[in-house]
Design a protein around this ligand. Sequence first.
Ligand code: GLP
Length: 233
Amino acid sequence: MNWEPLADYDALSDRAADILLSAIRRNPRIVLGLPTGRTPVRMYERVVAACSREYHCFRDVVTFNLDEYVGIPSTHPGSYCTFMSEHLFSHVDMAKSNAHIPNGMARDPDAECARYEREIASAGGLDLTFLGLGSNGHIGFNEPGTPFDSRTRVVALTESTRAANAPLFPDGNVPSHAITMGIGTILESKSIVLLASGDKKRAAIERLRSGEIAEEFPASALWKHRDVTVLTA
Ligand code: GLP
């Protein structure tokens, strides 16, 4: 695990954007795993700014988001679909058909999860996946106790995760379930970059740094992968 402590959130965002853009330059057809949440917002800002100079950077890129809420229409302001469109997709030259997000409104959510896994496989697998970190150590929506070999599936969100994400649902209807890539799915990405910034993540980062590997702490699965970079600020 390669640890890169950065001076502050801006420096972390610059570094993350640089990793993402360099990877696209090396492989314009790269398959990316992408996160939502507050942490990657400035990384996306930086990427969008760079792409307005280098316009064609996303033309052949394929993306798979880590997760989406169940029962929230894609047009809802709190959906991850809306998040991705606002922060990245509507600002870059990305083909809509190349941007994948689990469909949280699917009539058969289990079939949707299986379909998502097949889409990732038929794209050739994830090359580079960016992750945020929950303060309880979750990655994607893989909450403590998730088996490390888990695949894309429907999960119930913990109360602490629902509370953390409540600001996006001011009407109080915070979703109770989500579709998330599994830890096993994430670990198959060739490279992984974890972003963690701020006091709320400090305890989780220290626990990760301790080297303990336990399903009670989902991010610790990353110790099983041979190409992980952790950016902290
Ligand atoms: C959410 C997302 C995760 C994200 C985490 C941290 O629950 N499903 O993918 O990494 O929260 O979010 P933030 O960056 O806002 O702290």
